[in-house]
Write a protein that binds this ligand. Structure first.
Ligand code: 2P0
Length: 400
């Protein structure tokens, strides 16, 4: 293969992840090292994924990248950091003598194309899936093996958690060079098959304060964030790991909601304050607590990232009733048939007692749609040639 001069084309997919112990704040902006560890659930790629094709060829004169069909600036610093990092790892492997199978010269330029199967601006952590997919695909094309946390992390911190399926922790590490700031699987994809995830899409608009700037401001001004990172998160990481390993939904649900709330409290404690939640987010929080109070236990949990969309965790036996409760409280305006996307959820009746317990005036149209999904696997290599987004000439195929 080393003597083969034809272009090498690789296509991979990677998942979105949603943190249940949140990452917010860096101790090193350049290396993207966090001030606390975090833990996430990998969502299923049947519903949410990034697909990336990378091609290397001796004929290319420059690195190029297309995102969702549009060519973007490849000089963007984080993209450059990922490319540099993967080429450094490939060089290291070659000089260690186990790189005989390296397909092509490291000097060859790369063309990359990437698409999401969900709207980039919907606030669904597209950068995590995107950079995880970039790292994974570049690793295949340049013949790099082993943990890719460092490559993905340099693109976006939370991206290193999308390198694995199931339940994943990003250990903050202690070293100044970041070598021990890595992602690790806590439990595999099929560990908790009853767990379900509902994304309640409240707004598909771009957020006002991006995560990178938002967390910088919080690190600079929030004493609560410092307290959280030093004194709250370490014990929560242990407790969350225990809840997941024991499939303790009560404990998992409570801690997930508490950690989301504390993250948003640190945003409000930032000066000037940042608010990612809106009125609909707060109504969803109330709905979840009323639903749980009605059942006398935590049946459902919410978590919110840097935007107003809610991600709901529940178990298989509760999904239908909770979806009915969301439909009741946020009736679709005109899109009744497409209100629920993703995994099928059968219609369920709402008891009068539950309706009364929800005690909410319905807000039509406030939730645009619900995406039903579940825990899923990590990145995948796609073998069929028709899936490539770029042709052997390194240019986007017409359909891409
Ligand atoms: C998380 N978020 O743990 C947290 C919770 C948003 C809220 O990771 O600057 O896009 O690229 O490292 O990873 C969003 O931050 O930020 C994020 P950078 P990133 O999922």
């Amino acid at each position: 293969m080393a003597s083969d001069k034809s272009p090498v084309v690789v296509t991979c997919t990677a998942p979105v992840n949603i943190a249940v112990i949140k990452y917010w704040g860096k101790r090193d902006e350049e290396l993207i090292l966090p001030i606390n560890s975090s833990l996430s659930v990998t969502l299923h790629q049947d519903q949410l994924k990034t697909t990336t094709t990378a091609v290397i060829s001796k004929d290319f004169t420059e690195d190029r990248i297309w995102l969702n069909g549009r060519e973007e600036d490849v000089g963007q610093p984080r993209l450059q950091a990922c490319l540099r990092e993967i080429r450094r790892l490939a060089r290291k492997r070659r000089s260690a003598g186990d790189g005989d199978s390296l397909p092509l010269s490291l000097g060859y330029k790369v063309h990359v194309a990437s698409v999401n199967n969900f709207p980039t601006a919907a606030g669904l952590a597209s950068s995590a899936a995107g950079y995880a997919c970039l790292a994974y695909t570049l690793a295949r094309v340049y013949g790099v093996e082993g943990d890719l946390s460092e490559v993905a992390r340099r693109g976006s911190g939370s991206a290193c958690r999308s390198l694995y399926g199931g339940f994943v922790e990003w250990q903050m590490g202690e070293r100044a060079d970041g070598k021990d700031s890595v992602a690790r699987q806590v439990a595999p994809e099929l560990h908790w098959p009853q767990l379900r995830v509902l994304v309640l899409v409240v707004s598909a608009e771009r957020k006002l304060t991006g995560s990178t700037l938002g967390m910088q401001a919080s690190v600079d001004t929030s004493a609560l964030l410092k307290f959280r990172a030093e004194s709250v998160v370490p014990a929560r990481m242990q407790e969350m790991t225990r809840c997941i390993q024991a499939r303790d939904f009560q404990g998992f649900a409570r801690l997930t909601m508490q950690d989301s709330n504390q993250f948003h409290a640190t945003c409000l404690d930032t000066f000037p304050p940042i608010s990612y939640l809106n009125d609909t987010s707060r109504r969803i929080i109330r709905l979840v607590h009323s639903f749980n109070a009605h059942h006398g236990q935590a049946k459902v949990a919410y978590t919110f990232d840097a935007g107003p969309n809610a991600v709901i965790f529940t178990l298989e036996d509760t999904v239908a009733e909770f979806v009915a409760a969301v439909r009741h409280s946020f009736p679709p305006k005109e899109n009744g048939d497409t209100f629920l996307k993703g995994l099928p959820v059968p219609p369920a009746p709402l008891s009068d007692e539950l309706k009364a317990a929800l005690a909410m005036e319905p807000t039509p149209g406030a939730v645009q749609y619900i995406l039903a999904t579940q825990v899923g696997p990590g990145p995948q290599v796609l073998e069929e040639p028709h899936v490539h987004l770029l042709g052997p000439d390194g240019l986007p195929k017409p359909a891409a």
